[in-house]
Design a protein around this ligand. Sequence first.
Ligand SMILES: Nc1ncnc2c1ncn2[C@@H]1O[C@H](COP(=O)(O)OP(=O)(O)O)[C@@H](O)[C@H]1O
Ligand SMILES: [Mg+2]
Length: 263
Amino acid sequence: MDSKQLHGDVRINDVAITFKGKQGPVTALDTTTLRLLPGTFTALIGPSGCGKSTLMNAIGGFVEPSSGAITIDGSAVRGPSEKVGVIFQQYALFPWFTALGNVRFALRRFGLPKAEEMDRARAALSEVGLDQHAGKFPQELSGGMKQRVAIARTLACEPKVLLMDEPFGALDAQTRIGMHELLLKVWERHRATVLFVTHDVDEALLLADDVRVMSHAPGRLIRHYPLSQPRPRAFSRSGSELLDIREEILGLLRPQKALAEVH
Ligand SMILES: Nc1ncnc2c1ncn2[C@@H]1O[C@H](COP(=O)(O)OP(=O)(O)O)[C@@H](O)[C@H]1O
Ligand SMILES: [Mg+2]
């Protein structure tokens, strides 16, 4: 058995998160239980403000649950850890470093010999197709390329769990398709456990093994769609199960106000 498969087991047990707001406490996440099996790709979809980023931030160790517990491979999450990589919509690259410099900077915490650090950074950039652009600064790169640097930076650290919060939300449709192909390719190789937050139902259905839908705020998980269709996936013109699921999810995501007006 591949030993990698034993890593990246994420358990979210009865986790609720309440923030102290100016007008009193705000429940950002209602009691949530979710397990992410090692090496699986889960998409999380839900209305704006329902607590998706809050849940991600809790798994990443940036926010502490108000109740319940999160474990990764049996250890409680107590803060950010090397096991977890995060990719946000905003690329968060350092403008004063080149693409290669950004990846190397992320690797610094491992204290590798310089040559090895350089090799790993170059290999990661090569994996995302940026060999020719390693010496460029972020402002010289397109949005898609910047996000590829961010992916390379995260992968170079070999996380067991990869959290992606609307990572392609700022990209145009064409670039996004390329990013989907790239992400699936690198995920096939690394097999981190992925939790991918998106607003885009199609994106969730094309990428994930599991699509989880959250309710309006305060969010809780209301639907679960396991998907076994082989990748690359497409929405065929008729009779596709994916199309039915898409319709169902779009119905669930419709604003409550609009629903109230229908009834
Ligand atoms: N640090 C914080 N302090 C207070 N309220 C917060 C904080 N972070 C998020 N919230 C609130 O929690 C709710 C869920 O936010 P968020 O997780 O960002 O939603 P989503 O990512 O699904 O759009 C929102 O009402 C938001 O305003
Ligand atoms: Mg968010």
